[in-house]
Design a protein around this ligand. Structure first.
Ligand code: BTN
Length: 243
């Protein structure tokens, strides 16, 4: 496993993307940082965690999107790969909050930011950025977040967790490339947070409504049953779950 270990960098996603523009980078190369000074999250959010305690890393996945029809398939694969690794470390109460937050005991334990780029030679590079809370204990400022050590009551070897995620990701990408997508899809939908439970949402205009999540469609839209019994699908920019 090719792992580039950094003490500090603005963002491991940005470091890996810059590396790609300068040199050949092997598939599944990993960049980790003990501290990110400008860590980025979904939808322009920041990713700020305690320095040295957690996993913040990016993995290069080359050309997987050529084999598949939807960019969302890689999100599904990554989310499932993380939950499989966490299960190995005996975390059981896991859920995937659409599109790809990983929750343990109803609190966020990991987030994923995937950035794709098309090279001039036609190759598609996906930089898969993962932030996973491992040994951080204090979440006073983030009451909806948790870590592996908060749940297990002991610290973990961060590298062992990292290796487990990368091994799962490699195996699952290989399975995806031979067309074995359905089982990832099923695993994702099976773990979908709040599926089948009435809950409040807010649309992009700030209008609140109640709905029941039915599942996620093949192209990554959230399917919600509304109060008037109609089904509506939303993409990530169109709706926010209020929980
Ligand atoms: C989210 O939940 O909003 C996604 C968070 C993704 C954070 C990771 S940490 C490693 C990689 N580098 C970044 O700047 N972001 C991702």
């Amino acid at each position: 496993m090719n792992i580039i270990k950094l003490d500090a960098t603005p963002s491991t996603n940005d470091f890996l993307k810059a590396l790609l523009t300068n040199q050949f980078v092997e598939n599944f190369t990993v960049v980790t940082a003990e501290n990110q000074t400008s860590g980025r999250g979904q939808m322009g959010a920041k990713w700020e965690v305690e320095s040295g305690k957690n996993l913040t890393f990016s993995v290069l996945v080359k050309d997987v999107l050529v084999e598949i029809t939807s960019i969302f398939h890689l999100n599904v694969l990554v989310a499932v790969s993380i939950t499989e690794a966490l299960q190995r470390f005996t975390i059981s109460n896991l859920a995937i909050k659409w599109p790809n937050d990983i929750l343990a005991e109803n609190k966020k334990i990991a987030g994923v930011l995937i950035e794709n780029s098309l090279k001039s030679n036609g190759e598609i590079f996906s930089v898969v950025g993962i932030g996973l809370n491992v040994n951080q204990k204090n979440f006073d400022d983030l009451p909806k977040a948790t870590s592996l050590s908060c749940i297990l009551n002991h610290d973990l070897d961060k590298e062992a967790v990292l290796v487990s995620i990368i091994q799962n990701l490699k195996r699952n990408v290989a399975l995806l490339q031979i067309g074995d997508y359905d089982k990832f899809w099923e695993a994702y939908n099976q773990k979908l947070f709040k599926k089948g439970i009435p809950m409040p949402f807010e649309d992009k205009n700030g209008v609140r409504f109640m709905g029941i999540i039915q599942g996620v469609t093949a192209n990554g839209k959230l399917e919600v049953l509304l109060d008037n019994d109609s089904l509506k699908t939303f993409d990530i920019k169109e709706v926010q779950m209020l929980y």
